[in-house]
Each structure stands twice: as structure tokens, then as C-alpha cells.
Design a protein around this ligand. Structure first.
Ligand code: SAH
Length: 384
């Protein structure tokens, strides 16, 4: 087992619930010397994507509950990274919590942790907002206390790091005593990245007076879309990068394929969350993005020669379906492509999909994934 003072060997990371490898990309971005010694996921599509990008990693297509204590010990891990299934804790879900069968594998990991002779020195966990009030979280912190860890909880979103995307997530960093954190620990959940020494958090590179003087409403919704209620955060995003920086060139054919189909346009035009290339925000992309539009992520409007306000006013007054559709077609609203969603999740340009994965599968696995930049910053904080 490696101690913090021993900087010679890279940290041995086990990536549970590895999906498309968001945690792995975070480790790479952090530049912390570390190797993923094992990655585990049960989903064949996610694993195909992972293997395509990391062909040499020991990726195990296994149900975690089938892995016994000796195998956990055999990894000799310094770090456990994990994003357990979030459905039992989501706001809109049934909140099955510990009773939901999808929580079973996580409770199993907690049980293993209690039984490990040498549990890992570091743990990084990601989940949805909602996890912090769950019974599962109570089990987690009780296990950490029992196993001699100190821990810090966070609720953070990429838009606090200059990324124009909302993805408010729960994170937990844990270190095994006598290791301690390089920042001042708080009992409450931290909602900002802590300061370390003289370091400036990524979201505070503009002076506060500048922030106050900027008109925050201007970037909230440039297009008079009648309802925009799905962004759970009401944050000042004036310091975020522009959406334009995350857009890819597309052929005419590709662009056509991304356009919102009539069925969706007609039924859901009122509930679209629309952003433009100059926006500095977008809604959280979920796994249903691309075939549902209600609350699944933002769509893009980039026709500079069309007065969207005028079009929406006419649409709202029209009683005729085909007239409404003709009007809506003028806006040429489209979905972000899977690659663009990946970029908003800070997955690097090298991240690609195997050719055989469908667009629907790509959105699905990306919707389950995480923002690699946010995790990279937390990982650096963890091992510091
Ligand atoms: N962080 C990942 C996504 C995590 S989503 C990423 O960056 O893509 C949760 C993942 O847990 C899903 O991919 C799901 O297939 C996997 N999973 C759920 N239950 C599991 C189990 N019992 N054993 C192994 N993997 C499981």
C-alpha cells in the first residue's frame, strides 16, 4: 500500500461503475500519477465504449456483487472511485434508496470495505443531488467512520468551473486517517471548491464586483421560449465559456439528422430549453436526450437571420398544426450531437465512440456519465 509521502509509484485506482470512463478521464486530466488497475461495469454498451478508448485497461464486465473480498484485496488499491447507479436517489424517481435493487451493489461495496484488511487510502464518490439525504448516504458515512476515514461532501456543478452546463452533483472525498485534507474540513456540504493556500478556485477568476455589475438575466434565456423550468440551478453563469466553443462542424446530412423532428416540435415546443452559440449555459443532459425533449437537456438555435421571438409569438397564436410546424421549421432547432455533449462533459477530443454504437446508445451512456473536469479538480484535492 502506498503512502502519500511515497511519490515514486503511481496511485493504484479501481474504477467501479466505470461506464464510458468519466472517472478515468478525470484521473488523466488531473495529471496526478495514477493507473487504473481495474474498471468494472455490467453494461455492454458502456463497456464497448470504454474498451474502444482504453483498450489496455483491465475492464471487467462483471456484477460487482459477484466479486469476493480476496479479489478486492488483490487490486492493492490506493483509490476507489465510483459513481453508483443514481436512479434510486433522483428527484423525479421513486426514491427507492436502500430498498431499490440497484443500490445492492453499493451496499455490498460498503460491506467489503468494512472487511478489508487494508482498505484504500482514498475514496471519491459521485452521485445525484438527492443522495445527500438518503439512507444509503447514512450507511456510507457510518461505514467511513467505522473504517477510520475522514470525509468531505460537496454539491457542485460544472458551471461553477466555467463550463456552460448544469449538472449539479453530490461528491464525497474520503481519506483514511491519519491522512488529512489539505483544506479546512466542513461538517456541512461544501457548495464551492475550497481554497488551498493561495490557490484561486476556478470559478473565482473574476473579481466579485465585476460579477455583480453584469446583467445576469441577459444570458439566462435569449430566446423567448415560453417555459424554461428545467434548469434546477439559478446560478450566475456570466463567467462561463460560450457554447460556441463546444460546437462541432457538421455536414449538411449530419445537421439534418440532429434537427428536432416534427413529432417533438409540435408536442413539446413550449417546454424546450433553447440555447444559442453565444449562451453561457445549458441544461443537464440526461440519458433520454435525443428522443425526449422535456427536461432532458438543451437544444440549439443558431439561425442568426431568423427572429425567434417573432416566430414563437406566431406559433403561440396559430391554431393550425401545419402552419405551426412550418413556422417552427424556420428555427432549425437541433440537438447537440453526442460529441458536443461529450465536450460539455469535458471528455477530451481523444474520446470517441466505436462505430457500431447508435446515436441513441451514445446519448444514453453520456447521460449516465459525469463532468470529467469537476472530478479532476476533486481528485487533485483528494490526493493532495
Ligand atoms: N461514471 C460512469 C457512469 C456511471 S453510471 C461514466 O463516466 O460513464 C452507473 C453505472 O453502473 C452504469 O454504467 C451501470 O451499468 C453500472 N452498474 C450498475 N449496477 C452495477 C453492478 N451491480 N455491477 C457493475 N456495474 C453496475
Amino acid at each position: 500500500m502506498q503512502s502519500e509521502s511515497d511519490q515514486t509509484d503511481p496511485l493504484r485506482v479501481v474504477e467501479f461503475y466505470s461506464g464510458v470512463g468519466g472517472m478515468h478521464y478525470a484521473v488523466l486530466e488531473s495529471k496526478v500519477p495514477a493507473t487504473v488497475v481495474a474498471a468494472l461495469d455490467i453494461n455492454t454498451t458502456a463497456n464497448a465504449v470504454y474498451r474502444h478508448n482504453f483498450p489496455h485497461v483491465n475492464l471487467l464486465q462483471r456484477d460487482i456483487t459477484g466479486i469476493k473480498l480476496p479479489e478486492f484485496q488483490s487490486w492493492n488499491a490506493d483509490v476507489f472511485m465510483m459513481s453508483p447507479p443514481c436512479q434510486p436517489f433522483t428527484r423525479v424517481g421513486l426514491k427507492g434508496d436502500t430498498a431499490d435493487p440497484r443500490t445492492k451493489s453499493f451496499l455490498y461495496i460498503l460491506d467489503i470495505l468494512r472487511r478489508m484488511a487494508e482498505p484504500p487510502n482514498h475514496i471519491l464518490l459521485e452521485n445525484v443531488k438527492g443522495f445527500e439525504t438518503s439512507e444509503t448516504r447514512s450507511n456510507l458515512v457510518a461505514t467511513l467512520d467505522e473504517c477510520g476515514y475522514c470525509y468531505q461532501e460537496f454539491l457542485l456543478s460544472p458551471n461553477q468551473f466555467g463550463i456552460p452546463n448544469s449538472r449539479l452533483r453530490y461528491f464525497l472525498l474520503a481519506k483514511r486517517k491519519p491522512l488529512t485534507f489539505a483544506f479546512e474540513h466542513q461538517t456541512d456540504i461544501m457548495k464551492e471548491m475550497p481554497l488551498i493556500g493561495s490557490a484561486t478556485p476556478a470559478n473565482q477568476n473574476t473579481s466579485s464586483s465585476e460579477v455583480v455589475n453584469q446583467n445576469t438575466s441577459q444570458n439566462k434565456q435569449e430566446i423567448p421560449c415560453p417555459y424554461s423550468i428545467f434548469d434546477p440551478e439559478d446560478r450566475d453563469t456570466t463567467n462561463c465559456r460560450e457554447i460556441s466553443e463546444f460546437l462541432e462542424p457538421h455536414s449538411k446530412e449530419e445537421e439534418e439528422g440532429l434537427l428536432l423532428q416534427d413529432k417533438l416540435l409540435d408536442r413539446y415546443w413550449k417546454v424546450l430549453d433553447i440555447v444559442t452559440p453565444s449562451s453561457r449555459r445549458s441544461c443537464c443532459f440526461t440519458k433520454a436526450y435525443g428522443h425526449y425533449v422535456e427536461g432532458t437537456g438543451s437544444v440549439l438555435f443558431s439561425q442568426t437571420d431568423v427572429d425567434a421571438k417573432d416566430v414563437f409569438t406566431k406559433v403561440s397564436k396559430s391554431e393550425d398544426q401545419s402552419e405551426r410546424l412550418d413556422l417552427l421549421h424556420q428555427l432549425k432547432m437541433r440537438f447537440f450531437s453526442p460529441r458536443e455533449v461529450a465536450s460539455l462533459h469535458c471528455l477530451p477530443p481523444e474520446f470517441t465512440f466505436p462505430q457500431a454504437t447508435t446515436t441513441k446508445q451514445r446519448y444514453r451512456v453520456l447521460g449516465n456519465s459525469l463532468n470529467a473536469h469537476v472530478v479532476a479538480e476533486l481528485f487533485k484535492l483528494l490526493v493532495r
